[in-house]
Design a binder for this molecule. Structure first.
Ligand code: TEU
Length: 573
């Protein structure tokens, strides 16, 4: 990369505060583009398709894990933090991807999974071999069981994917032995974050990738890692019979005070790069913590830089609930000096076009005393409801203008720019998410939002692979949604995203932090100003008369300067 190339592609590339306004595109490598025609996406495929992202106008990409992994949780089970899975390519390919992204003015965030490794990680194998009381075991959370012969788990915690959060190992002498903790899949043993080996290793892993030129990390389950040292029992979830995974204050699995020290340590590692060409490196925290006032502690000045705002994702499609989320999000972030972020989807949640086509579209944040539904549970509940996909897509387009019209950063999950829907009827035989087995087939899991992207052509594999059967089947009804089809249609969702992103990049008002509710705001109409630009979203049935001004972009055709239902518009006053 030369600075000149990157600056031509994106004038804000070398702005040290790029992350405060960045639109970040999430690549799920398995499902983005397959260059070697084996049905699985790879890094060469990502490089081949980078021009799609540069043309879209995003500022950065976040790459879901590409490390060696048995893929028992889609790569969030890491066997080696310093390499790339042969399924996806080589370290040389990773370097080439980083350089190619930078040359197009795109920053690169990588996914880091510090709460747990894969059971294939050499440290976990060493821990099993070394036996109780060893320094190797001390890197994970091994405990003796309860009961006379240690036959009961050390506590009642449940895995987020179903079943108990503990698994008993067989010791070298063949006898049943200690138990290890795994908040997620049985193949994902939790590290012990009070162990200095663990802390030092993750610091070193970060430097390994920073030195290769990545611009930051998305921190997986950033609210886990540190556990209450007493590992106390928690209230039982009657649905599962295991300990609850609710995240109320005081729960011993989540959001423990010790996290602050871990985050400060990481911040120092990232800040040490401030004098380099790419500048200091940055973090985005993945933490489903409620309410937002509690979450923003993670982005205090000496901790992480940004955090996903999942309230926006979880909220129902209504003016009142969305207004509530905005009214809580902005001041909470201002109080700590961090930028807000806006999120409509990711690889764990039902795709937005499908969600917004359901009779229930999410949580009503104006209703008192509800705790946020776990994404996996929410997806399972939504699945039972019918979808009006036409309405869902229309709302998803409006939601895109809302998300991109708000101050701060925003995230686009691959395929959102195409208006893709959740594939809810994948055959059971192809389901891969561990949630399906671990929940005893109670929950189908998250495969429906992970189906590969349709690039071109009339039928599967739609240019994702040349000829191979994709790792998850691609539906016949995606033929009109390919990148090639939408590229040629000025009214497509793809071109709506391109237009909004181009405006965001060029209009100074949209890069400033200014935000004020407009007098038009109220009832079913959300209306706010970003400097001289008015943003209006109509959640109601009655068309909204717009004030005079130039229409910059609209999610649906206007009727004589009136904004129809489930639509959004940006107007220069
Ligand atoms: O997800 C974390 C995760 O915890 C949510 O999906 C979870 O259901 C929520 O926190 C409940 O409150 C991350 C990854 O995004 C996901 O794909 C992995 O499976 C998971 O971590 C384990 O690494």
């Amino acid at each position: 990369m030369t600075d000149a190339d990157a600056a031509v592609a994106n004038p804000h590339f070398l702005d040290p505060d790029w992350w405060r306004h960045a639109v970040v595109y999430q690549i799920y490598p398995r499902s983005f583009a397959d260059s070697d025609d084996n049905g699985t996406g790879d890094i060469r495929g990502m490089i081949d398709r980078l021009d799609h992202l540069a043309g879209l106008g995003v500022d950065a990409v976040w790459v879901s894990p590409w490390y060696p992994s048995p893929l028992l949780d889609g790569g969030y089970d890491v066997a080696d933090y310093r390499d790339v899975s042969p399924d996806f390519g080589t370290l040389a390919d990773a370097d080439a991807f980083i350089a190619a992204a930078h040359a197009r003015g795109l920053r690169v965030l990588l996914d880091l999974v510090p709460n747990h490794s894969s059971w294939d990680h050499p440290w976990f194998r060493a821990a099993l071999a070394a036996g109780p009381g060893s320094p190797e075991r001390a890197r994970y959370v091994f405990r003796d069981g309860r009961g006379e012969h240690g036959e009961e788990p050390p506590n009642n915690w449940g895995s987020l994917f179903g079943g108990p959060a503990w698994t008993r190992v067989t010791e070298a002498d063949g006898r049943p032995g200690q138990w290890y903790l795994h908040l997620f899949d049985i193949s994902q043993p939790d590290f012990d974050w009070t162990n200095e080996d663990v802390c030092a290793e993750i610091d070193a892993v970060m430097r390994f990738w920073f030195d290769r030129g990545i611009d930051g990390f998305r921190i997986d389950v950033a609210d886990a890692m540190v556990k209450d040292a007493a590992l106390p029992d928690v209230p039982v979830n009657p649905e599962t019979g295991f300990g609850s995974n609710e995240k109320n204050p005081g729960m011993p699995q989540w959001d423990q005070p010790g996290l602050a020290d871990v985050q400060r340590r990481w911040r120092a590692v990232a800040d040490a790069y401030a004098g380099t060409e790419l500048g200091g490196r940055v973090f985005v925290a993945e933490a489903y913590i409620d309410p937002i006032e509690r979450l923003v502690a993670y982005v205090e000045p000496d901790r992480l830089h940004t955090t996903f705002n999942f309230d926006a994702l979880i909220s129902e499609w209504s003016a009142a609930s969305q207004r509530w989320v905005i009214n809580h999000t902005i001041p909470a972030h201002e109080a700590v000096g961090a930028p807000t972020t806006w999120v409509l989807g990711n690889h764990d949640n039902t795709r937005v076009a499908t969600r917004y086509g359901k009779p229930v579209t999410g949580r009503d944040f104006t209703a008192e005393s509800e705790t946020a539904a776990e994404p996996i549970e929410l997806s399972a509940a939504l699945l039972a409801m019918p979808t009006d996909i036409g309405l869902g897509r229309r709302r998803a387009r409006a939601a895109a203008l809302l998300e991109l019209g708000l101050p701060g950063g925003a995230y686009i999950y691959q395929g959102e720019e195409l208006g893709l829907d959740e594939i809810e009827d994948l055959p059971e035989a192809v389901l891969q998410d561990p949630v399906w087995e671990r929940s005893g087939h109670r929950m189908r899991g998250r495969d429906g939002c992970r189906v590969p992207l349709p690039w071109s052509g009339e039928a599967s594999p739609y240019g994702f692979s040349a000829t191979a059967e994709p790792w998850l089947p691609m539906p016949a009804h995606w033929a009109p949604l390919t990148v090639a089809v939408q590229d040629a249609d000025p009214a497509s969702t793809l071109n709506l995203y391109r237009r909004a992103l181009a405006l965001r990049r060029t209009l100074p008002d949209l890069r400033a932090d200014a935000f004020a509710w407009d007098e038009l705001d109220g009832g079913d109409v959300l209306a706010f100003r970003r400097g001289g630009v008015l943003m209006v979203v109509n959640f109601g049935a009655t068309p909204v008369e717009l004030p005079p001004g130039e229409v910059l972009v609209a999610s649906a055709p206007l009727d004589d300067h009136r904004l129809p239902h489930d639509a959004a518009v940006w107007v220069r006053l």
